[in-house]
Write a protein that binds this ligand. Structure first.
Ligand SMILES: [Zn+2]
Length: 323
């Protein structure tokens, strides 16, 4: 690198930072979505204390140059017991009363959105990674046959009633019957999977013809992430990725934008029936005033409002239809 200030030694981490944004090609690394071998390093992931025992490699966050999917390299190889430990009791943080109420409203809105984009009756509904089971309760109240699957059981009491089935397992090993479900639901799940393509291929197998998958994922191209990058650069965290945070709650190991959602639909034989860019309004209300998140999101409220105009809001939802 050209040193414009002779006698002023460049810091080595400045050089490394610039290297991160070079286009790289490595035959040992391929995009989990489209298999391209060209990628960019976006930086190193942040690590919280709880995850320290899980760090076995010198991880970095990569962006696929072909489809813009973000992923962790080397791939994470935690055992099911280790995932269970991460997604255990402490996974759902203490929620404010507003947040709890909002989550019920959101589940209803999402099922309304699915229904408005389907021209058939939904009978068999599967919630993959059902978590607390809010969508199961909502589906059951509509007379749909609701079934949930999750590697941990964090269900709230109303999701434990007789009419709602639950399997404590992962989707791939469960071997549901082929062409059985009308609708599969994956809200805030795809970004937690090291192999999202395998999950969508399995869902394609167990859905009826014209059946649909709802996916809800964070939008990695959000204005919030762009502002985060600027703040990191200003606060000495230049080598930290502003994208997915695999080793910090909520442990996202993959990241999507509209382009990579369309690509993953294409490689798993789905048609994109609808997409929607949105964000939770008044994000700061999810936190108590004693939490850092409350003040951060209150401070960034103008960013959230500008994101609506720029169509760079924090989440994407998509409805994929089996071809
Ligand atoms: Zn790709």
């Amino acid at each position: 690198m050209l040193n414009l200030f002779p006698g002023f030694k460049l810091k080595s981490n400045t050089r490394n930072f610039n290297l991160m944004y070079e286009q790289l090609k490595d035959n040992n690394i391929s995009c989990p979505v489209c298999n391209s071998k060209a990628f960019k390093k976006t930086g190193k992931p942040e690590i919280e204390d709880k995850s320290l025992g899980f760090i076995r490699h010198n991880y970095f966050v990569a962006e696929c140059s072909a489809c813009n999917y973000y992923f962790v390299y080397p791939p994470i190889d935690f055992s099911i017991q280790e995932w269970n430990k991460l997604y255990g009791d402490s996974y759902f943080p203490q929620m404010t009363a507003w947040h709890k109420k909002q989550r019920v409203v959101d589940a209803k809105k999402r099922l309304d959105w699915i229904k408005s984009n389907c021209n058939f009756e939904i009978k068999n509904f599967l919630d993959v990674g059902c978590g607390e089971g809010l969508a199961l309760v909502e589906a059951d109240s509509r007379g749909w046959s609701a079934e949930g699957i999750d590697i941990t059981d964090n269900r709230i009491e109303p999701a434990k009633k007789d009419g709602i089935k639950f399997i404590n397992a992962d989707l791939i090993s469960s071997r549901f019957p082929g062409e059985y479900f009308d609708c599969a639901y994956m809200d805030s799940v795809l970004e937690h999977l090291t192999d999202p393509v395998a999950y969508l291929i399995e869902l394609n197998r167990i859905l009826k013809r014209n059946g649909v998958v709802y996916i809800g994922v964070p939008n990695e191209d959000s204005l919030f992430n762009i502002v985060k990058r600027i703040l990191y650069n200003l606060t000495g965290k230049k080598n930290i990725s502003s994208k997915i945070k695999p080793f910090m709650l909520p442990y996202h190991v993959g990241g999507f934008n509209k382009k990579s959602i369309i690509k993953i639909a294409q490689v798993t034989n789905f048609e994109v029936a609808a997409t929607h860019n949105f964000a939770s309004r008044f994000e700061f209300r999810k936190y108590k005033p004693s939490a850092k998140g409350f003040w951060l999101h209150l401070f960034l409220l103008p960013v959230d409002l500008l994101a609506i105009i720029l169509r760079r809001e924090a989440y994407y939802e998509a409805l994929l239809k089996k071809q």
